[in-house]
Write a protein that binds this ligand. Structure first.
Ligand code: AN7
Length: 359
């Protein structure tokens, strides 16, 4: 199989585009499913509620499997192949499993995914099934699934592709590079959801690297948000039974806890919590005022931003980026709970016109 063959395609992917910043060797296969190079879209209406310099959304939901995980997955799978492994393993609240399953399928590897029973959004489970992953559903939560995955990977020749694997962080830092490349400098604030805390770690590394290289003149304040029912970093201790509508970040004992705190401290940022009702309000605002349909975990960034604005933080003259980590289609059940006006009508021109006010 020639893994490099799609280098001729217009979308070159993370390995090709950012290879010089990644731990690649001459033996690392270069391939892509089209990850990275995601849009940075300026807010049209939510910004008006804030009095800020400029607000942007980084649409990581536009990655090939619909979440930011693909940036790290392409690197970790390439390294697994380089190291001669033929299977990958992860624990997941859904997006990591979808991404692992896709990249494994692309490269002819087997993907084993351990998921917490009942708590993976439908669309994500559908992806793992469609890509042909071996799905191991446990009667337990994400934190238990991750411990089990770690134990298995220590005993058997299989690549653990959770963000405890440093290659994941390396790949995901490229999103910070893209933001600097697009804006011409780092923003003043970066708003990001925090679950297992790999992504906040990755963005911070990316911003620090670009700053050290002189590509950016500043580094953003890192503003991380957890759901109130799953906020171990905010309360300072693990949460035994985390709960939140944002199932992606239903995590009680984040693996990258320390590096998340380092990102918070070194950047002069904060890690805070917002309740589910504010997450869902932001989720609808993003869809209905900006045309951005994301999953609840991603909407937490806007919920956090609105909360800080209400609390009186002055964002005037500040450039803000919110990371939209995952696509709304992954979690149709949450969308279907939004009160909607569904007009049930006979298939008749007259009735439809009357309903539309053109009687
Ligand atoms: C949409 O897929 O942990 O803080 O197993 O899917 O790096 O964990 C997903 C996490 C934010 C949090 N937004 O990122 C998994 C998983 C979305 C996510 C996060 C996740 P981290």
């Amino acid at each position: 199989m020639n893994l490099s063959s799609n280098l001729n395609e217009s979308h070159k992917g993370v390995l090709h585009r950012y290879g010089k910043y990644l731990p690649l060797t001459g033996d690392t296969p270069i391939f892509t499913l089209g990850e990275g190079d995601t849009p940075l879209v300026q807010s049209r209406r939510i910004a008006d509620r804030l009095n800020c310099g400029a607000l942007y959304f980084k649409l990581e939901s536009c990655n090939p499997t619909g979440s930011f995980k693909d940036r790290g997955m392409v690197v970790v799978v390439a390294k697994a192949i380089e190291h001669g492994l033929d299977a990958v393993l992860c624990a997941s609240t859904g997006n990591t499993s979808a991404s692992a399953a896709a990249y494994a399928a692309r490269c002819g590897l087997t993907a084993y995914v351990i998921i917490p029973g009942q708590n993976v959004a439908q669309g994500k489970l559908a992806q793992a099934i469609a890509y042909g992953a071996q799905i191991l559903e446990i009667d337990g939560n994400f934190d238990q699934a991750l411990s089990l995955a770690q134990a298995i990977s220590e005993k058997h020749p299989i690549a653990l592709v959770n963000s405890v694997n440093p290659y994941r962080i390396e790949g995901q830092k490229t999103a910070a590079f893209e933001i600097v490349d697009a804006l011409g400098d780092a923003p003043d604030y970066l708003f990001i959801p925090v679950g297992n805390a790999g992504n906040i770690t990755a963005y911070w590394r990316g911003f620090v690297e670009y700053h050290n290289l002189g590509v950016a003149t500043q580094r953003p304040r890192m503003m991380g948000f957890q759901a109130a029912g799953a906020a171990p970093i905010v309360i300072g201790r693990p949460v035994e039974e985390p709960h939140t509508v944002a199932s992606a970040i239903r995590i009680g004992n984040p693996a990258s806890w320390k590096s998340a705190l380092a990102a918070e401290d070194e950047s002069g940022g904060a890690i805070d919590a917002v309740p589910d009702d504010e997450i869902l309000e932001a989720y609808q605002l993003l869809a209905q005022e900006e045309g951005i349909f994301c999953e609840p975990a991603s909407a937490i960034t806007v919920a956090g931003l609105l909360k800080m604005s209400r609390e009186g933080v002055d964002f005037s003259d500040k450039r803000i980026v919110c990371i939209i980590t995952g696509n709304g289609l992954k979690d149709p059940d949450t969308a279907m709970k939004i009160p909607a006006t569904l007009h049930k009508l006979p298939a008749s021109l007259q009735d439809i016109e009357a309903e539309m006010g053109w009687a």
